[in-house]
Design a protein around this ligand. Structure first.
Ligand code: ASP
Length: 582
């Protein structure tokens, strides 16, 4: 028996007991006549004590050789501690060691394995197994486990069945590149790793499974943006005989359940915004609605007053920043430079302070009277003490620039509080999106998404205007879930492939299996997938998903611990019928 108790469980109630613990040496304090050792396992820390008066010389000697991260098994008597530590559950006791065994020694670890570490990100990732010994990391992995359990239980209780789908498949287009796996047994042929189980979950609906879910790995070979992982986890779901309303209700229920159970937060019915409104009000299809500052279109009150810069633009739009009339000239200049950075690309920023005394002062006083500026304040719902920030230009571009500024201010002013949760649905996404590069339409969600019935006719005349039965769940400025009602008949699906620029042969070759299935009584169906890593991070009150992944990849998609990706040897290449260009 390696242990009778864990390192996190002994307390005053155990005083006088003889116990056995196993764990890692976190710290040794050696005063010569007394030696203290902090022993760690996943459950906590227990202080061990060796002292000249009560321990044999031989034991003192052996203890003197202990060092950080040695693995030991120790037996001793639980005694009351003199200097109690109220910060840890085992702080009232210590273990007077009678004997111990070294189960394994350790090299000196490259960084300190404590709550606070001196190890930088790169070093910790290279030795991730040591990083995982740290309590904050273990806590996050356990938190992820908790969220996963709650999701499984909730969905299982709601009648969903978890079904595994294959990882070695054929390409499923979800807007990214596939990772591919060469087939040794089929020369020149490749599997693709799923970008999501999309087609399989639809086939499960054809198969009559009715309600499916899976907590599943997905793979997307995208250019990596900050905090994206090439492999990530989804809560993937699909239901038969449902309309959009049914799906929104079930998954609003799941989200509300998680917020309550995990964060003890109760939220009201989730607001719903159409995509068009989200873009108009926030310039963003995943708005953070925790901090107001809705967009105000100011064309009527700014144009034709002699200020050419505005007159010629498609859109003049602004936000009122509460309390920001007190910003200094320098602070405002900083915002102006911020929006002019190439990443944002704005040409400028006009401002108007709405002073506490009701007067207004703007950067364009030459062109606008007090009366005019009052109209700006009214249109943007600015209150005295507020600062109105205005941008102008091409409508789409300007909205997205102002959205970036709004989020920047939200961050800078501490308005994006990690313990506040504001979920919403964004609905009525466009079905198609014009791609400048390939000069054709792409499915905004994916090609299996059904168009809204009432927009069907537009497919021939104005495809960009067609709305989809597609929805996103947004939480605190993050898209945490997205899905759609699917097409479930062959006719419509083939037409959709046609609009997306597939020839009938290409459609048949790639998706023949799905269109075949649709000819054998496919039920109406729809679904959704949640980004599990992101959901866990937001529930945990953190920005970075990497913290919640046991073995994450770095920003260049590398696993620096196992050093992947890596070369294959000649024989493997030959077996796989692959030749590298020299
Ligand atoms: N497969 C979709 C995705 O990964 C989700 C869905 O439509 O259910 O985004």
């Amino acid at each position: 028996m390696y242990r009778s108790h864990t390192c996190g469980e002994l307390n005053a109630g155990h005083i006088g007991n003889t116990v056995t613990l196993s764990g890692w040496v976190q710290k040794v304090r050696n005063k010569g006549f007394m030696i203290w050792v902090d022993l760690r396992d996943r459950y906590g820390l227990t202080q061990l004590i060796f002292d000249e008066e009560r321990s044999s010389a031989e034991l003192m000697d052996k203890a003197g050789k202990l060092a950080r991260e040695f693995v030991i098994q120790v037996t001793g008597e639980v005694i009351e501690r003199e200097a109690k530590n109220p910060n840890i559950p085992t702080g009232e006791i210590e273990l007077l060691v009678q004997d111990f065994q070294i189960l394994n020694s350790s090299k000196t670890p490259p960084f300190t394995i404590e709550d606070e570490t001196d190890g930088g990100e790169d070093l910790r990732m290279k030795y991730r197994y040591l990083d995982i010994r740290r309590k904050p990391v273990q806590d996050k992995l356990m938190f992820r486990h908790q969220v996963g359990m709650k999701v499984r239980n909730y969905l299982s209780n709601a009648g969903f069945i978890e079904v595994e789908t294959p990882y070695l498949i054929k390409s499923t287009p979800e807007g990214a590149r596939d990772f591919v796996v060469p087939s040794r047994m089929n020369e020149g042929q490749f599997y693709a790793l799923p970008q999501s189980p999309q087609t399989f979950k639809q086939l499960l609906m054809v198969g009559g499974m009715d309600k499916y879910f899976q907590i599943v790995k997905c793979f997307r070979d995208e250019d990596l943006r900050a905090d994206r992982q090439p492999e990530f986890t989804q809560i993937d779901c699909e239901m038969a005989f449902v309309e959009q309303e049914d799906i929104l209700n079930i998954f609003e229920g799941l989200t509300r359940h998680l917020l309550k159970e995990i964060r003890n937060v109760e939220v009201n019915e989730f607001p719903r915004l159409t995509y068009a409104d989200a873009m108009r009000k926030y310039g963003n299809d995943k708005p953070d609605i925790r901090f107001g500052m809705e967009f105000a279109e100011l064309d009527d009150v700014t144009k034709n007053k002699g200020f050419n810069v505005f007159d010629q633009q498609e859109l003049v739009v602004g936000i009122a920043v509460p309390g920001a009339a007190s910003f200094t000239r320098k602070e405002i200049d900083k915002l102006i430079s911020w929006v002019k950075r190439p990443q944002i690309g704005a040409t400028g920023l006009v401002w108007a302070k709405y002073n506490e005394d009701g007067s207004l002062k703007s950067s364009v006083d030459k062109f606008y009277s007090q009366e005019d500026l009052k109209a700006w304040a009214k249109a943007s719902s600015a209150k005295p003490g507020g600062l109105i920030l205005v941008m102008a230009g091409d409508a789409d571009k300007t909205r997205s620039q102002l959205s970036a500024l709004r989020m920047h201010l939200g961050n800078e002013m501490g308005l994006r509080k990690s313990d506040e949760f504001a979920p919403l649905w964004v609905v009525d996404f466009p079905l198609l999106e014009w791609d400048e590069e390939t000069e054709r339409f792409h499915a905004m969600h994916h090609p299996f998404t059904s168009p809204k019935k009432e927009d069907f006719a537009l497919l021939e005349t104005d495809p960009g205007k067609v709305r989809a039965n597609a929805y996103d769940l947004v939480l605190n400025g993050n898209e945490i879930g997205g899905g759609s009602i699917r097409i479930h008949d062959k006719e419509t699906q083939s037409q959709m492939f046609k609009y997306l620029g597939f020839t009938p042969e290409e459609a048949e070759e790639q998706f023949g299996f799905l269109m075949d299935a649709f000819q054998y009584g496919a039920p109406p169906h729809g679904g959704i997938a949640f980004g599990f890593d992101r959901l866990v991070a937001i529930l945990g009150g953190q920005e970075s998903i990497r913290d919640y992944i046991a073995f994450p990849k770095n920003n260049s998609g590398r696993d620096v611990m196992i050093d992947a990706p890596a070369k294959l040897d000649e024989q493997q290449l030959t077996d796989l019928h692959l030749q590298l260009k020299s």
